[in-house]
Design a protein around this ligand. Structure first.
Ligand code: EPZ
Length: 418
């Protein structure tokens, strides 16, 4: 069922509740490998990527049970420090177990994660950090092998504020013998959520959310309960959907602070964004929207994971907008698909110039990665005609119950047999 049919001509309106954050859940699931006892995670989204991470943990010997939005992970019988290639290739984020395995066993053997549509996504920053901590890291036959040799107090300077590298190094350092300082650390809210989770387990970490994180290694960590933060990218996606369809949507379960760059950019287009107390916001796309320029940056800049969605919106907003994608070298795969819907977009390297029209036209298109798939849904809703999105499984990797949520907003969204 990899085709998703989206009806057009809808003014999206209604209420939608955002799920737990995929990008907080995946690293925190990996961090459960560090616990001596069972961990209970709440508000875990039911996503294909989460299911892959469950398989990863089970392949290492953990027991994983899902009860609705709650995951119970028991790491007591973990008996392997090796992540096989068939799992490592299925999802880039499976490489997040490396730091936890090094922390727990002092060694790890992880197959190189596959790249993906949006870029090579190497691990050089992760490996340089592990080496600076005193791990011997060898790369052979497509595997990365790590072995504790002489763990020392260290200061690590990340060449780029990599989210995954920051998380991997935090996990290895949390139970290391030494004290670790990570400079030029990623500042995303998911890093703060991981710090909170690890500290609840007994770790001693300070500074997440800023560019310097200080970790005092402890000997062991306990099992805990934790509720992951709401998904700021899912929230942003529905904000753009509301504006693109000139709709009126109330979005529940958001953290306004995590959405500051998205809220600011949406208001710059002319959309009305109202934040209420208690984690709810409302987006009204009534007024005629205008073009804006976007440059994706590490948090708290405009998030790369919202770039495709904004491109879909701006393709149907009269005027010229410019998007610069600074994070991934190949994150314009959605451009060709938007062009099939009539978009006028010129790409020069990491720069896309969008000459917005008053509307796009429905077509048969293909999702190339999860955010590109979300962008096609947004473009489709703003058309009069129906659109069919092939390879819709990409969307399921990052958006829980997408048909249900779109249906609640009045959008016709039907899975059709391939
Ligand atoms: C996380 O990926 C997110 N995934 C991505 O979300 C997100 O786009 C990305 O951070 C940036 O915000 C999860 O959290 C599971 P990075 P991650 O390491 O950690 C380069 C989505 O749509 N780099 O910050 O892999 C890398 O190639 C996904 O939900 C190196 O060169 O991202 C990229 O160009 C997509 N060497 C840039 O840094 C390294 O060792 C940012 O990567 C590591 C990264």
């Amino acid at each position: 069922m990899n085709k998703l049919l989206i009806g057009g001509g809808t003014r999206v309106s209604g209420r939608v509740r955002v799920s737990g954050s995929k990008n907080a859940t995946l690293p925190i699931m990996a961090a459960c490998l560090l616990a001596r006892k069972e961990c209970i995670l709440h508000q875990v989204p039911d996503l294909d990527d989460v299911k892959v991470m469950e398989e990863v943990l089970v392949s290492l010997g953990a027991k994983v049970k899902r009860e609705n939005g709650t995951l119970v992970i028991n790491p007591e019988n973990i008996n392997s420090y090796e992540l096989p290639e068939y799992l490592s290739r299925r999802m880039r984020a499976s490489n997040l177990v490396m730091g936890a395995l090094l922390g727990r066993f002092g060694k790890a053997r992880v197959a190189y994660p596959g790249g993906c549509a949006i870029g090579q996504r190497p691990m050089d920053i992760h490996l340089k950090g592990f080496r600076e901590m005193g791990y011997r890291i060898d790369e052979c036959y497509g595997y990365i092998e790590g072995q504790a040799e002489n763990l020392v107090d260290c200061e690590i300077m990340l060449d780029f504020p990599s989210v995954g590298a920051t998380e991997n190094l935090m996990m290895a350092a949390a139970v290391s013998k030494g004290n670790t300082v990570i400079r030029n650390a990623a500042r995303e809210p998911e890093i703060v959520d991981m710090q909170n989770f690890l500290n609840r387990m007994g770790a001693r970490i300070r500074g997440a959310g800023l560019d310097v994180i200080r970790i005092e290694g402890v000997s062991e960590l306990n099992g805990v309960e934790h509720e992951v933060i709401p998904d700021r990218i899912e929230a942003g996606t529905f904000m753009v959907l509301a504006a693109a369809s000139k709709g009126d949507v109330v979005i529940e379960n958001v953290v306004a602070e995590h959405l500051v760059p998205v809220t600011a950019k949406m208001r710059e287009t002319g959309a009305e964004v109202i934040h209420y107390n208690g984690g709810t916001l409302r987006v009204l796309g009534k007024r005629k929207l205008g073009p804006v320029d976007i440059k994706t940056m590490p948090y708290p800049g405009f998030p790369t994971d919202m770039q495709p969605q904004m491109m879909a919106l701006l393709s149907a907003v009269e005027g010229t907008s410019v998007i610069v994608e600074t994070i991934f070298e190949n994150r314009f795969m959605h451009v060709n698909e938007l062009r099939r819907m009539g978009a006028d977009i010129k790409v020069e390297g990491r720069v896309a110039i969008i000459k917005g029209k008053n509307r796009l036209r429905g077509a048969t298109v293909e999702a190339t990665d999860l955010r590109a798939g979300a962008a096609l849904v947004i473009a489709a809703v703003g058309c009069e005609e129906e659109t069919i999105i092939n390879n819709a499984f990409h969307i399921d990797r990052g958006y829980e119950k997408i048909e249900e949520k779109l249906g609640a907003l009045g959008v016709k969204a039907v899975r059709i047999a391939s």
